[in-house]
Design a protein around this ligand. Structure first.
Ligand code: PNS
Length: 171
């Protein structure tokens, strides 16, 4: 695996509810390509919701990235715009993983919008095709019904999902 000759900090924003192996692939590629990655877990102060709290998502993301042996990653929570999170993280630009053409459609619009309002650029990284089918939403849905998702997430997330959905008063 070629190591990065670059000295950039990049920001990868998302909901990460929960972070899965597709995210791990994109984070690993970004470290190799650019140097340092800050993962930004978006939360909305005015709105609760989601399966895991923002702090739980951050802790699970940190554990998953560490278990994957990826260094040079910091995880933070942020509220508001991705461009503000990127500035707070000290990032040079935003990185987004692309799974499909449908991802590209929406991400292209966001990239141009973010650049138009802030000057912050976005770089797209193609997700490993073997992991491009993975989605946090489907992971939540399948786990909630007792299905198997451990091939799509890291071990800490698999355990957290199983704890969450086997609890007596599960959501
Ligand atoms: O993991 P997700 O939910 O697909 O991530 C989407 C996310 C959080 C990256 C995107 O919704 C986003 O950037 N939200 C922050 C609000 C924002 O910056 N809006 C302006 C977009 S042009």
């Amino acid at each position: 695996m070629p190591m990065s000759s670059s000295d950039h900090t990049v920001f990868i924003p998302g909901s990460f509810d929960p972070l899965h192996l597709g995210h791990v692939d994109v984070i690993g590629q970004a470290v190799d390509l650019f140097g340092r990655v800050v993962v930004g877990v978006l939360y909305n102060r005015a709105k609760s919701g989601g399966l895991f709290t923002p702090d739980e998502r951050r802790a699970l993301a940190e554990a998953t990235v560490a278990d994957a042996g990826i260094d040079e990653v910091r995880v933070m929570t942020f509220d508001g715009l991705a461009i503000d999170g990127a500035v707070e993280a000290g990032a040079d630009f935003i990185v987004k993983g692309l799974r499909t053409a449908a991802d590209f459609e929406i991400e292209q619009q966001m990239a141009h919008t973010n650049h138009s309002v802030s000057g912050m650029r976005t770089v797209f990284v193609p997700c490993d095709p073997a992991r491009a089918f993975i989605s946090s939403r489907f992971i939540r849905e399948i786990s909630a019904q007792g299905g198997r998702v451990d091939h799509m997430v890291g071990p800490r997330v698999a355990r957290a999902l199983s704890d969450r959905f086997s609890a007596p008063n599960r959501p």
